[in-house]
Design a protein around this ligand. Structure first.
Ligand code: AKG
Length: 438
């Protein structure tokens, strides 16, 4: 209807145009000015949203989604939902209180650390889904979700003092996904915390927020336990990748692990020594408030993770979706478990055997969702590339360029991110006869 009206309004008798020429110019100028001032207002609004974040906006009681958050139709959450599934891990359609129902729920492969045979499960899950779920992991999880919830409930001014646009900052309160570059903002606020590891010391950092009063202690304890779990999982993955058994080839296994994480350097005489570098761990406490029109936006856009492994702790509210066989599947939250995913570094290190898979986050109209993501990888100054043992010029040629953190930052700051993922930017052209890695 609106379109028809517009067309009708613009109709003019053919002879009328020449006579009205001068007026048309004035009208055009006026329209241009109006358009320019609309753009300026939109830009100012967009910048204000970047400063205030979505929790602030949600608390203000808005009932319509501001334009800055409205995705083009093809990027909206329901885009991939119209196809049927055929997999034993797909459970059913879910609702989760959101307006975006019909979701296909997936139960990710479960790795139970209290049981045997987990190397095969981890290996198969990383090849097929790039994701798995860990239970009986021994990490206390309730405290960190609770402290994250209390952080985002602080008065805005208490949270805002940690705001920073510096992506290298050790503590950073922010909003959206990559707020400096996002044309459309995401419905997420986050607190990013860099974790400093000193051999034998706590993972705490004195620059972390002092409010809530127990945040530093709770998060530091959690970060240490989370790191221990990461090393346990990497241990399983190295056993799977290199076919080594921790019991009968301890030295080889240890050497691979330490080299990967840059913990030890090989001396010329073949011995090892402790390196000054350590591993890299970063956490984001994510808050996705209830959203007035969740079908028009996302909490996080499709992305893959930069590092080796990400360990995500989610509360009871569903929202995380993973891409599998061209469809978006919603991960069924299992309280207290970790959702673990392969990052770009592990796909590169494994020379493509393990998949760093696109994932995104949906929001809903009735409940806030909290998650805590822990990103683990090699130190920033370290270069990572395919493990030489996993390259075979005939059957499994090198598939990726070496990469490091500076390359990643340059990629983030560039326009490339709008067209492809970081991982795609590191891929070597496939040789014509390359076989699928086995
Ligand atoms: O909130 C989640 O479940 C996922 C978080 C995530 O994908 C990320 O932090 O990169």
């Amino acid at each position: 209807m609106a379109i028809v009206d517009l067309v009708e309004d613009n109709k003019e008798p053919v002879g009328g145009r020449a006579v009205m020429m001068g007026d048309d110019h004035e009208e055009d100028d006026h329209e241009e000015e109006e358009e320019e001032s609309r753009h300026r207002r939109r830009r100012e609004q967009h910048e204000a949203y970047c400063v205030n974040g979505v929790r602030h906006l949600s608390d203000s009681g808005i009932t319509r989604l501001p334009d800055s958050y409205v995705l083009p139709p093809s990027d909206r959450p329901n885009f991939y939902l119209c196809r049927s599934m055929n997999s034993s891990n797909i459970i059913s359609g879910g609702g989760g209180g959101a307006k975006t129902n019909n979701k296909l729920l997936i139960r990710l492969p479960v790795v139970d650390l209290d049981r045997g045979g987990v190397v095969e499960t981890v290996d198969a899950a990383c090849r097929e889904y790039g994701f798995f779920q860990v239970v009986n992991h021994g990490v206390a999880t309730a405290g960190v979700l609770d402290v994250a919830r209390r952080f985002f409930a602080l008065p805005f001014t208490d949270r805002a003092r940690y705001m920073s646009a510096d992506v290298r900052a050790k503590v950073r309160y922010g909003t959206s996904f990559n707020q400096a570059n996002d044309d459309v903002l995401c419905w997420r606020d986050f607190l990013k915390l860099g974790v400093s590891h000193y051999h034998g010391h706590d993972a705490s950092s004195c620059s972390w927020p002092q409010e809530p009063a127990d945040l530093r202690e709770v998060v530091a304890r959690y970060a240490m336990a989370n790191h221990a779990l990461f090393t346990k999982l990497m241990d399983l993955l190295l056993q799977a990748l290199f076919g080594i058994n921790n019991n009968n080839n301890n030295n080889n296994h240890d050497r691979l692990f330490r080299q990967l994480l840059g913990e030890e350097e090989e001396e010329e005489d073949g011995s090892s020594s402790s390196s000054s570098s350590s591993w890299s761990q970063m956490m984001t406490l994510n808050c996705y408030p209830a959203c007035p029109e969740p079908e028009l936006t996302l909490g996080m856009p499709p992305h893959s993770d930069y590092g080796l492994l990400t360990l995500v702790l989610q509360d009871h509210v569903e929202g995380l979706q993973v891409m599998h066989d061209g469809r978006w599947l919603t991960v069924e939250p299992v309280p207290g478990s970790f959702v673990v995913n392969v990052g770009d570094h592990l796909e590169i290190f494994s020379n493509g055997r393990y998949k760093s898979v696109l994932h995104r986050v949906l929001v809903n109209s009735s409940q806030q969702r909290i998650s805590v993501a822990s990103f683990h990888t090699v130190p920033p100054e370290q270069t990572i590339g395919p493990a030489p043992e996993l390259i075979d010029d005939l059957r499994n040629p090198r598939r990726y360029m070496d990469t490091d953190f500076d390359t990643f930052l340059a990629y983030l700051a560039s326009a490339q991110g709008k067209h492809k993922t970081f991982l795609q930017s590191r891929k070597l052209p496939a040789p014509a006869a390359a076989a699928v890695p086995s």
